[in-house]
Ligand binder design. Structure first.
Ligand code: G3I
Length: 354
């Protein structure tokens, strides 16, 4: 049983992008390179998507790859739909960045995985700096969900309604929501979103649930309980943030995806990136290559898995160096825009078998 020590909790010293090995192909200069979404669609119509932050929209090269629907069929706003961005002050809503995220996706004919509503992180000070009663916080939660979900109604394939609500030991994470309202905040959140957008698929999303461990068993129990109560949970996202030294196997991921699917939900890998230690070593790039391919293949081999989203695709714009100490180069393209061997391994995993 692997322990899940998720690297995101570590402090970072930042990473440095390195020149690619000569063997890696170039993209998009190599026009014969197949796009990952076009290949994923060959596998029962699954999608291959990416997260994207509006802060990089002025980088025309990056934007051209982001909006290439041959490459990506889905976009997840990396930060613009989080509470700190959409309701920075109580009752004051700001959708400018999120609307830009959605607009770029719609221009490219991409669907949008909307992210995220109820989380312990990315909350504005007006939420975290005061003491709430059960009633007042429920009212604040409902008003936020009503305004945000109504604003994006019809534009979200799915919502990551509650994000990261379970501890490594399987217990409820003690967030402001849990501590003030109790565990029923979770069902409340899904019921509120379903009220304001009955068509979006409502996901539970978490990290560290890509192997069978206590956290995964806790998340399975959570989703099972919600389903048994008739709460509208349509999907589970396994995030897929993997340090190369702590990644699940293909078999691990197939088992977990199927265990969640057996609850009567669709599943997806929602935030895939595979971080190597910096300075980068060839043997870890080789591990990264295998882990990316295993993760995509695991989704393709589980019928209920609808797609894979990478949490960004260009090393210089990755969240990892600023958050995870000594790790980086987690994405599919190096800083010089050379595609990594992982890209080609995903292509090989997706090509129809003769
Ligand atoms: O926009 C402000 C900017 O005005 C300010 O100058 C700057 C310095 O304080 O901060 C900027 O906000 C940062 C934001 O990213 C936009 O860049 C926040 O500090 C920073 O905490 C935030 O980090 C994001 C993190 O979630 C927390 O929201 C990462 O980019 C994002 O990749 C990461 O993504 C999460 C998923 O949402 C959930 N799963 C885990 C995943 C990785 O942590």
């Amino acid at each position: 049983m692997k322990s899940v020590a998720f690297a995101v909790g570590l402090l970072a010293t930042g990473g440095t992008a390195f020149a690619a090995p000569a063997s890696a192909l170039n993209y998009p200069t190599n026009s014969t390179r197949p796009g990952l979404n076009s290949l994923m669609k060959l596998n029962d119509g699954r999608y291959f998507g990416t997260a994207a932050s509006t802060v990089h929209f002025n980088d025309s090269k990056w934007l051209s790859v982001l909006q290439d629907s041959d490459m990506f069929g889905s976009m997840t706003p990396e930060n613009s739909q989080k509470w700190e961005a959409t309701e920075p002050e109580r009752g004051v809503f700001d959708f400018a960045a999120a609307d830009l995220n959605v607009q770029k996706a719609q221009e490219a004919g991409q669907m949008v995985r909307c992210h995220t509503l109820i989380w312990y992180n990315a909350l504005p000070d007006w939420i975290t700096s005061q003491t709430w009663t059960n009633e007042t916080l429920i009212a604040v939660m409902e008003n936020h969900i009503k305004e945000v979900v109504t604003h994006f109604k019809g534009q979200c394939y799915s919502w990551d309604v509650v994000n990261e609500a379970v501890n490594d030991d399987g217990s409820y994470r003690e967030t402001i929501w849990y501590n003030t309202i109790g565990p029923e905040y979770i069902a409340m959140a899904y019921n509120m979103v379903a009220k304001y957008d009955p068509d979006a698929k409502l996901y539970y999303n978490d990290y560290g649930i890509e192997f069978i461990n206590n956290k995964t068993l806790g998340a399975i129990a959570l989703v099972k309980d919600l389903k048994e109560k008739g709460v509208k949970v349509d999907g589970v996202g396994i995030q897929g943030h993997y340090p190369v030294v702590l990644a699940p196997s293909y078999e691990d991921q197939v088992e977990v995806l199927q265990r969640f699917a057996d609850l009567g939900v669709e599943v997806a890998t929602t935030e895939l990136d595979v971080f190597v230690e910096i300075p980068e070593k060839v043997e870890q790039v080789e591990m990264q290559t295998a882990i990316y391919a295993d993760s995509v293949r695991a989704c393709v081999d589980v019928p209920a898995c609808v797609g894979v989203t990478v949490w960004g695709f260009y090393d210089p714009y990755s969240w990892v160096p600023g958050t995870v100490p000594g790790y980086g180069n987690a994405d599919l393209f190096w800083a010089n825009w050379t595609a990594k061997p992982a890209y080609d391994a995903i292509v090989n995993a997706l090509l129809p078998k003769e």
